[in-house]
Design a protein around this ligand. Structure first.
Ligand code: 13P
Length: 249
């Protein structure tokens, strides 16, 4: 658990060895005194995990994986990597339950297994929750979020290693964001629900969905947000730095 403002870069299926150089300016920024309030975590594709770990070794920037397998540490699971592999490579975080993985078949039950597995391998979990457009239009947002939390965190008692990322699916990559009032209300609803469910343990909630260097001035004013999970805008270091600077200063 940290009281720093989190800036988590989800590079999704983008990036190669050349793009690694672009993170140097971000690393440099985080070394400045003013920015010690910021915590930057890069989640590149699997192919770049090791290079990112090496590149960020002497800095305060952390690295996370975008997913992990739900079963074991090793096994006949073609195309997958396990949380123990992620840990062994030197990454410290893992995104679990991203809507782009849910669409590919990650059920709440699978997500629950992944979370147990990741925590037992000492990784911190960035747990994504959020409603899709149909659910939003049918006023099912809170129902869906509660279900994702209850099933995804089944038999989880401590949430100090979990960062909750509220990412409305309809907002990802669309440029559409809830207005501040509505978003603040939603974040506070989740916070309150978690406080009740997990008996007053501290919670960390970040927001994701079309965060950019233009709407950040607005978004940073929302009470209760501990940071941001950023897709598209995080792949451009200039924009990413802009987001960090505008939030911190
Ligand atoms: P965008 O910032 O591109 O909307 O993506 C958000 C996201 O999915 C981060 O996990």
């Amino acid at each position: 658990m940290t009281n720093k403002i989190l800036f988590i870069a989800n590079w999704k299926m983008f990036g190669d060895l050349e793009s690694l150089k672009s993170i140097e300016s971000v690393i440099k920024l985080t070394k400045k005194k003013t920015y010690t309030k910021a915590k930057v975590i890069y989640c590149p594709p699997f192919t770049l995990l090791s290079s990112f770990v090496n590149k960020t070794k002497k800095s305060k920037v952390n690295v996370g994986s975008q997913d992990c397998h739900f079963e074991k540490d090793n096994g006949p699971f073609t195309g997958s990597i396990s949380s123990s592999m992620v840990k062994k490579i030197g990454a410290e975080y893992v995104i679990i339950g991203h809507s782009e993985k849910r669409i590919e078949g990650d059920s709440n039950e699978k997500i629950n297994k992944k979370i147990h597995n990741a925590i037992s391998n000492n990784l911190k979990v960035i747990f994504c929750i959020g409603e899709n457009l149909y659910e939003k239009n049918n006023k099912k947002t809170n129902y869906v979020i509660k279900k994702q939390i209850n099933s995804g965190l089944k038999k989880i008692k401590k949430i100090d290693k979990i960062i909750f990322a509220y990412e409305p699916v309809w907002s990802i990559g669309t440029g559409k964001v809830l207005n501040n009032n509505k978003l603040e209300k939603q974040i506070l609803y989740i916070k309150k629900y978690l406080k009740k469910k997990f008996r007053k343990q501290n919670t960390q909630i970040i927001y994701g969905g079309s965060v950019n260097n233009k709407n950040i001035d607005n978004l940073k004013q929302i009470a209760g947000i501990n940071g941001f999970l950023i897709g598209g805008a995080s792949q451009n270091s200039k924009k990413f730095i802009d987001i960090i600077k505008k939030t911190i200063i």
